[in-house]
Design a protein around this ligand. Sequence first.
Ligand SMILES: Nc1ncnc2c1ncn2[C@@H]1O[C@H](COP(=O)(O)OP(=O)(O)O)[C@@H](O)[C@H]1O
Ligand SMILES: [Mg+2]
Length: 291
Amino acid sequence: MNDAAAMGGTDREAPGRAPHPAISVRNLCKAYGDNRVLDNMSFDLERGRVYVVMGPSGCGKSTLLRHMIGAEEPDSGQVLIDGLDIQSANRRQREDAKRKYGVLFQSAALLNGLTVAQNVALPIARHTDLPRSTIDLMVKLKLELVGMGGAADKYPYEISGGMKKRAGLARAIALDPAIVFYDEPSAGLDPVMIGVIDKLIRDLTGKLGITSVVITHEMPSIFRIADEVMMLYGGKITFRGTPEDLRNSTIPLVRQFINGDPEGPINAPRQLADLSERLIGASRRKEGAGP
Ligand SMILES: Nc1ncnc2c1ncn2[C@@H]1O[C@H](COP(=O)(O)OP(=O)(O)O)[C@@H](O)[C@H]1O
Ligand SMILES: [Mg+2]
């Protein structure tokens, strides 16, 4: 059996189609002390699709992301990027794997002492031997792609939050990655700018065939951008499906999350509800005290 068949593929698949999923997470476990954040998690992500990872604060989304980019060692389990196990890979292989993906962190993480263009040029200069003129051309192209052509010579402190995110995105795609990870790209942005970023995520996936893994809580974004949604809870993927499946899901956890119900199976709000119940209950008891 060839690789494609082993992965569930068939002979009818287009010739040259890669035999591996873009990302394969296998039996991933990670605990911080008693806190089991990733509990034997497994999933595959295919190429050229937008995946949304959602779930309540502290459920382990960023932790999962750090493991997928090889920034953190799991207690056990594997992450395969394009079939390569990034933990057991040698340094050279790991560097190659790292060039396959870009990351847009929550803060955009631009260097303040460098212009937007210089920030975008940084990974290209670091990872390639390309001449300056070629790098400049690549930077210009990437800034045009994110609608930041006019702001190349600005410093990060001179531009808005939305522009910083777009500059961070230009830097994330500087080396033409196959995969882009986004950690809460809409955090702190107004609805219009969220729409702009959403459109960019879809465009990059469509035009460049990029696989996008987007951590977000924004329900309108999820329905706009996702091909598939995964919800994390209790160290597991508790839901995986299309936005339509999400809308129709009867899983109480999922319903609570998409409806923003303060009461339900998700712990933290429950504790808050208990607290307000105790407070309100206490004052009610006081009011009702006496015969
Ligand atoms: N380096 C760390 N050391 C200890 N605990 C951590 C560390 N990183 C994350 N955690 C804990 O792991 C849980 C998941 O965190 P995180 O992945 O940041 O959640 P999310 O991104 O979903 O909000 C939280 O309880 C957090 O406090
Ligand atoms: Mg996070």
